[in-house]
Design a protein around this ligand. Sequence first.
Ligand code: RB5
Length: 143
Amino acid sequence: MKIAIASDHGGFTLKQTLIEHIKSLGHTIVDLGTDSTSSVDYPDFAHKLANEIQTKSCDLGVLICGTGIGMEMTANRHGGVRAANCTNTTQAKLTREHNNANVLCLGARIVGEVLAIDVVNVFLTTQFEGGRHEKRVEKIDNP
Ligand code: RB5
């Protein structure tokens, strides 16, 4: 798959680790920044990544900030983007199966590196179940 990834300064170090991990799984990475631990504004990076998902330029996205919350809030302003902030593997599994989440948000100050890798592994390997969840997911974009 083609995976977009972006972070703010708070998520930069974890982003670099996850880039190497995701590449080692055989996926193509599109790194949308940031490029250092210098302070930046998380919405700039969340919007950039959400555009990639909205236009279907990438299959799935990973966004990292301090808590994962700001990235999630921003990405979810884009139609067709379903961003889920996950702090454990159960959330990662269920949000793929039930919500067809296409962006995983992580809080680098909340989850450790090993847990973040486990969460990414589950998110990238779990499929949407469809069925009864299909019409519910469609309703997300139709308030
Ligand atoms: C940056 O200090 C911090 O606010 C950001 O990384 C994130 O946690 C926002 O939700």
